[in-house]
Design a binder for this molecule. Structure first.
Ligand SMILES: [Zn+2]
Ligand SMILES: [Zn+2]
Length: 87
């Protein structure tokens, strides 16, 4: 992992090395920084991890955010999970 030259507003470059990566952009609007990552589980120990801005993220639990794609999956899951009538 080397260093990257990153354009900064107003012209000029900043040098970003190693772990200091520039903030990823939201996958949906691209113009905003993806402040959150989707916490939807897609497999054992794996989450969706798509970057989402506060506009596109839905906070479903404290510090748990979902991308627009998984907000739908979450809604379906909620419907599925409706309490079963006791026999
Ligand atoms: Zn967005
Ligand atoms: Zn997601």
């Amino acid at each position: 992992m080397g260093c990257n030259h990153v354009k900064v507003p107003g012209g000029g470059f900043a040098i970003v090395c190693g772990r200091g990566r520039p903030t990823p952009r939201c996958r949906w609007c691209v113009s905003r920084p993806g402040k959150f990552q989707c916490d939807w589980k897609i497999g054992p120990g794996k989450t969706c991890d798509k970057h989402i801005c506060p506009e596109h993220a839905q906070e479903v639990a404290p510090n748990k955010h979902l991308c627009p794609e998984h907000q739908k999956a979450y809604a379906a899951w909620l419907t599925d999970r409706q309490p079963k009538e006791a026999p």
